[in-house]
Design a protein around this ligand. Sequence first.
Ligand code: SF4
Length: 492
Amino acid sequence: MKTIPSLLSKTKLMRGYRCQKCMYLTIHHPELEAPITPETQALFDQGNLVGAKAREYFPGGILIDNRPWDFTGALAATQEKIAAGANIIYEAAFAYQGCYARADIIRYSATSKRWCIYEVKSTTKVKPEHLDDVGLQAWIMAKSGLPIEKIYIVHLNSACRFPDLSNLFTEQDVTDQIRARYLSVQPKIQEIYSILRRPQVPDIDIGPYCLAPTECGFVSHCWKEKNIPEISVFDLPHIRERKWELYYAGIISLDDTRLTELNELQQRMVDVYKSGQRFVDRQAIQAALNTWTFPLVFLDFETINPAIPRYAGCGPFQHVPFQFSVHVMADPQAKCMHHAFLHDSASDPRPTLIPALLAACGEHGSIVAYYGKFEAERIQALADYSPEHTDALTALINRIVDPLPEIRSHVYDPAFAGSFSLKRVAPALLGEAGRYEGMTIANGGDAQRAFEELIAPATSAAKKEMIKQAMLDYCEKDTFVMVELIRWLQGL
Ligand code: SF4
């Protein structure tokens, strides 16, 4: 058992809101927590960018720039600035009875002689979990002696369109909702501290709170403790919240004879799991493939969706393609032709990407896109952006065919483990040719981060060349895998 710190940050305390065991393990067994993934780090970085951007809408403030772990320094600096008459403070720090929080922005009203709190969230709406988070923060601030007038959650405005970022943020007054929660905070904090002082890890069962709103970092530890097998009812496709009903009824293994009332797909997964035999409906696959017309044009986009829009007409989190790969198969026996496009500067990728896309896709044949809805939506957005290409781009959408629903309906391999993503399906059916292991860039998130590095001014020319090659390799692999997948289906 470790010593409990004299101050616990709001971020850590919020883990106690999620689950007492999570809070306990965070303090006493941090070594059991999974390391932060690059995806999670990218989300943190994005949150920091949005937070910094929001300060521009509250100009003239003073930043408490003590490092996140310097609680004492940040608390002292905050009190100093308030005493000196600061009207707007960014990252002000407050503490009360072992609880510590930093507020994104606080603004003083000389009229009411009280402060307004503005908590910035990098989402396009207020979410239920924000209210607990801001509620705890406002409680700490109020109890520490800060007179509070109003509490706002500031979030991104989905109606904002670049380049006009004057309305990038919108704010929601949550004062009444937050104050209504004050009474519940003190008992919650007392409960958290009393659990932390116990010598034993609290006996908490796994539950929906393990997975939402984000996956808990102790999932692999706790689920192993509960002997959840690698493939279980939790992996059944479209099982949603029923998985918890099954779990609480003790039905965990796909072997369990009490596992009934499954839909066709779920039952197929169970049957394949028990038999170990791949399911393939050859006739149905052939019938679907026969409706596709040659040349087959295999298409895959890589996109970015920045929280703060950066291209004309785009809103927060709007996906913009910066790269595509196209393989063209003239006939079933022909060798494929490959076309690649990669935008490599900070400028808008669309003006150069659109003509290259139209040239690569040509005017004939089915366009094969795995989860083609995503590609169709991106092309529709390109058509809306560029009126001179609207007709040609709309014609591409009308040619899209999607292997995903065909595979979902007519093929199931034990190695799918309930997932029909290309990254799961391809290795299961194609073996080595379908694997991404060992690639410098191995998924869409990697590609997004690589693109940001590619267009960053600080990246050296040599590094840019390495990144470009890795990005080209990855995107080409995605369409190559689709080609191999369709050849596999054709060969059935
Ligand atoms: S995985 Fe679940 S049970 Fe374990 S600490 Fe996290 S939320 Fe609690």
